[in-house]
Design a protein around this ligand. Structure first.
Ligand SMILES: [Zn+2]
Length: 78
């Protein structure tokens, strides 16, 4: 873990999923959005957040399916 100054925490952007430190002096990032996404109009950002959470769900499902498949697949015979 990189050392953080008092009050700084590593946060995950709700829109793009980027990890960023907050609060950073002079950085416009907010608690939930990194400095790249904070300038996106809220209406557009809402859509991005929805898509982002669906991507997270799909990634989670994919990982659990991969784990199931790995459990079903016999080890390669050599
Ligand atoms: Zn972002």
């Amino acid at each position: 873990m990189p050392p953080t100054t008092s009050g700084q925490r590593l946060r995950t952007c709700r829109a793009c999923g980027k990890k960023f430190e907050y609060p950073v002096k002079g950085n416009p990032a907010t608690r939930h959005h990194c400095e790249d996404c904070v300038i996106i109009p809220p209406e557009t950002r809402k859509t991005i957040e929805r898509l982002s959470s669906r991507v997270n769900q799909v990634e989670f499902q994919l990982r659990s399916l991969e784990a199931k498949l790995a459990a079903l697949t016999p080890p390669p015979a050599k």
